[in-house]
Design a protein around this ligand. Sequence first.
Ligand SMILES: [Zn+2]
Length: 107
Amino acid sequence: MTDATQRSGDGFGETHGDETDDDRTAYDVPSDETPVECTYCGRPFESDALLALHRGQVHADVITDDERAAYDSAHEAESGQLRRFRLKALAVLVVIYFGFLMVYALV
Ligand SMILES: [Zn+2]
């Protein structure tokens, strides 16, 4: 019978021992933080952008038009950040590759 209460969270950061239905206990949120919480499942998030991404991914079939617009905006911003990260990672790999190539040619 404790299976139903343990499945209320999705497995991330679940506490051990005395489980309750209160979702605030299912996540390890520092006491000095003020998280934003999902209105559908109660999961806490650090920022509104992360909450918008969560709603668009997990609750895509029930979110409102405003929430979908927020998801699209957050998704586009995250895609841009990922694109820049990939370019920087590629540049670092190229520098390392040619760096080792030059060292090998000289030694
Ligand atoms: Zn949620």
